[in-house]
Design a protein around this ligand. Structure first.
Ligand SMILES: Cc1ncc(C[n+]2csc(CCOP(=O)(O)OP(=O)(O)O)c2C)c(N)n1
Length: 582
């Protein structure tokens, strides 16, 4: 084994391993050499090398998303670290334990004209759960204190005392950072200053570390809010549940069935909720987009329970802000958002233990709420099928064809923004788990996240992405860890199709230049450069042909580029929403 001599680097590496960090994504640099050398040598840690830090951090996020474990990223000093920011913000809002470790210069070398140096301490302040600004080991600091000269013994003794205290403090800070990432599901930053020499190694760790255990979170119910909830819920004839981003199998099916079989309850689900029941209402926009004021009043719930992470549908947010329920409760162990400005209480407990309490309470009421809206749902389904039967080739049609062809066994990744919105209009296949970076809804890391997820997944992973999102994150393909069975489908509508769909004005001056950013790029050359099999299609029949063999085993990952008509797509979608009420 080859481990760094620098005690602080030894502490960081050993504590990461002891806390179960088994995957570390490293970007190249010199200041981080002590960490790189040690992590790469550690028998319990798998390391990945990715040059672009933005991609590296999203790749790590994908690993953490699949394994539900903390994953670390390691980079050098300077702007390298700032490139982690998009993924840190995504991890912050999507509640993913990302442990960011940056190497830094010693404090006295900051802002004195040294290269590759910025102010790294607390640099992610607004979107980080905790920052451990570590102190440099004094023993290691021959740059400042010895400068090649012998230090008088009385000074050396003092320095060693200070050093002892620093080592303890560093240890406490590293423990705390990793514990917080695990306990609270989110990003943390460990900033570690190292002085030269950076590359000196030894065969084993000599620095002893103390592991501080993280707190186990128990499900503790506050009886009073639970009683209030049961009263609100029990007396409501119109109960609404919305399930946002949620990991598969998190909520026991028994409880989902309980909700699905309650005649007073409507459960709206998004495709990223990964929850299913025949009485649920997937495709929120399909149900509510065409509603009149009178119908909105009929749909307005007495009580609302939200579960899981962020909600994609803008329409439901507008609806519930205008037609507020009497009370909104949120359920889940992580942070709650007051999305509808009427949040009454957040049950910070696991969904399953909450539903156990609910199922034991007798809250059955007579209600037609679900029945009436199920008939609206049925009607919309028929209209949906009729419209798609006649639909010319377009984004919408391509999504239908692709969704009908996806194998049952895959994990599906979706980019922002119209991709995830189109997908929501279709019923999800219950066998297919779906993910999308909805924390910040960025177009900057979808491919990297999907590849990270795929790298540790036993299943085949498929990404469906828009063209801007794909080209934005094309460095994601600069990665030697892409599984051969990984598949990318680029819906290339020659620009940001979402801007034609959003209620902005397409006649705005320079719409195509500054909003849609239309282009004629194709993914072909990138595929050639990165060794990805490439094929393209621009009509429904050839799309079906391509999809026939697209998912079967291959020697390289594959990308299918689907060209759709830029100026027609939006008209067809607008026509769809009109057709739903005709
Ligand atoms: C990093 C970042 N920059 C800008 C945006 C704003 N934005 C949202 S969607 C979008 C266009 C996406 O275009 P594309 O990937 O081609 O998908 P389409 O809308 O055509 O399906 C942009 C620029 C964003 N979400 N994230």
């Amino acid at each position: 084994m080859t481990y760094p001599k620098i005690p602080l680097a030894q502490q960081v590496i050993q504590l990461c391993a002891a806390k179960g960090i088994a995957h570390v994504v490293i970007s190249p640099g010199s200041r981080n050499a002590p960490l790189t050398i040690g992590f790469a040598s550690h028998p319990e840690i798998k390391t990945y090398s990715i040059v672009d830090e933005r991609c590296a951090a999203f790749f790590a996020l994908g690993i953490a998303q699949e394994l539900q474990q903390p994953v670390a990223v390691v980079c050098t000093s300077g702007s390298a670290l700032l490139n982690y920011y998009p993924a840190i913000a995504e991890a912050y809002y999507s509640k993913i334990p990302l442990v960011v470790i940056s190497a830094d210069r010693p404090k006295h070398l900051i802002d004195v004209g040294d290269g590759q140096t910025i102010r790294q301490e607390n640099v992610f302040e607004k979107h980080i759960l905790f920052t451990a600004n570590l102190a440099q080991d004094i023993e290691d600091n021959n740059e400042r204190f010895s400068g090649g000269e012998t230090i008088p013994s009385f000074i050396l003794e003092k320095l060693l005392d200070i050093n002892e205290a620093r080592i303890d403090e560093n240890q406490e800070q590293i423990n705390r950072a990793i514990n917080i990432a695990i306990e609270n599901n989110g990003p943390v930053h460990i900033n570690a200053p190292f002085a030269e020499p950076l590359y000196e190694t030894q065969d084993s760790f000599t620095e002893e570390v103390t592991v501080i255990a993280q707190e186990e979170r128990g499900d503790v119910f506050d009886q009073e809010p639970l009683n209030t909830f049961l009263e609100d819920w029990g007396s409501a004839k119109k109960r609404m549940v919305i399930i946002g981003v949620n990991s598969p199998n998190k909520i026991e099916q028994e409880f989902l069935n309980y909700l699905g079989n309650d005649s007073a309850t409507i459960v709206f689900t998004e495709s990223t909720s990964n929850t299913h029941h025949s009485n649920f209402f997937p495709g929120i926009d399909k149900i509510i987009a065409p509603l009149s004021d009178k119908e909105f009043t009929e749909l307005q719930p007495d009580v609302l329970l939200t579960i899981g992470g962020l909600i994609v549908s803008k329409k439901i947010k507008v609806f519930l802000r205008n037609y507020k329920p009497k009370a909104h409760y949120h359920l889940g162990e992580d942070k709650a958002f007051d999305t509808f400005f009427c949040l009454k209480h957040h049950f910070r407990v696991s969904e399953n233990s909450f539903f156990k309490e609910l199922c034991f309470s007798n809250t059955v009421v007579e209600s037609n709420y679900q029945k009436e809206w199920l008939s609206v749902k049925k009607n919309r389904e028929e209209k949906h099928k009729g419209y798609l039967r006649e639909l010319p080739f377009s984004d919408f049609k391509a999504f239908e064809t692709i969704l009908n062809t996806l194998p049952n066994t895959i994990v599906l990744h979706l980019s922002n923004s119209s991709t995830i919105r189109y997908i929501q209009l279709f019923d999800s296949n219950p066998n297919i788990v779906q993910y999308c970076n909805r924390g910040t809804s960025g177009i900057d890391g979808s491919t990297s996240t999907a590849i990270g997820h795929a790298a540790v997944s036993e299943k085949q992973n498929v990404l469906i992405t828009g063209d801007l999102s794909f080209f934005y994150d094309s460095n994601a393909l600069w990665n030697t860890n892409i599984p051969k069975n990984f598949r990318i489908i680029v819906i290339n509508n020659s620009g940001g199709g979402i801007f034609r769909i959003l209620p902005g004005d397409k006649n705005t001056k320079n719409f195509e230049t500054y909003f849609e950013t239309s282009h004629s790029l194709t993914a072909e050359h990138l595929c050639k450069m990165y060794g990805v099999d490439y094929s393209a299609t621009s009509d429904d029949n050839s799309l079906k042909d391509e999809l026939n063999s697209f998912f079967t085993a291959s020697d390289s990952p594959k990308l299918l580029e689907v060209f759709t008509p830029r100026t027609v797509n939006d008209m067809l979608l607008i026509g769809y929403f009109k057709h739903l009420v005709d």
